[in-house]
Design a protein around this ligand. Sequence first.
Ligand code: ADP
Ligand code: MG
Length: 264
Amino acid sequence: MAAAARPLLSCHDVSKHFGALAAVKDLSFEVFPGDILGISGPNGAGKTTLFEAISGLNPATAGSIVFDGEEITALPPEAICHAGIARIFQLNAAFESLSVRENVRVAAYFGRDNRKIPGLRIGPEVDRTVQDALASVGLTDKDDMIAGELPVLDRKLLMLAGALATQPKLLLMDEPVGGLSPQEIDHMIEVVRRIAAGGITIVLIEHVMRFLVQLSNRILVMHHGERIYEGSPDGLVKDEAVVDVYLGKGASERLAALMAAAGP
Ligand SMILES: Nc1ncnc2c1ncn2[C@@H]1O[C@H](COP(=O)(O)OP(=O)(O)O)[C@@H](O)[C@H]1O
Ligand SMILES: [Mg+2]
């Protein structure tokens, strides 16, 4: 038997308690290099809390998280970022009065290594990283625009460019298409495909199931902090628990039709 690839990210029995509430409960899963793992589930299921734990912003209260062979469960967020995990947030986060280029520059400069002596090592490699990140999301022509003046889609793309500028191995995206039009969602699907094709492993949280099933090779559905489904997008729409507590019959039939139309 061929040796299985080592997971890039493993969560073992991860829990996050807020007082008596178990927002995430004994959750275990693995993400392999090249995966696009989609995570969905009802509001309050614990999806964002899981990302908080992985990225170190609000650490797990039990369990262990291993990234690229290293235990990261209790590391501070900047160490996790430098280890190679980048995250984009549900709400837009940017330096409003800085330009697109300046925003990505900050991410490229601070996101990669520990800058113990700021200012000493800014150089052409930072600029190259910024160019590449802007090109990956299609913002090259808007690099002089002020972040606060961008339309919604471009703000999301900017946040994504900032994440890419940290040169991550793993990208965590929390509801990247919330508030976007169907055409803008299609655009985001293309951008995410391009990023994945460039060798970055991706975990997506999204309610927009069309986005999730078109991109993900595997889907995990959470409910009350626990897994109720993990498997292929095809299996998802046939899964009784998922249809019952989350999708509903109409939506699951529409998704099945969409997948059938897209072909294998
Ligand atoms: N900082 C916090 N303090 C207390 N409860 C929280 C906190 N963050 C999230 N929760 C609770 O944890 C549960 C999961 O929330 P969340 O992870 O945001 O869900 P999702 O992203 O799946 O909608 C919810 O019941 C929410 O109210
Ligand atoms: Mg959330």
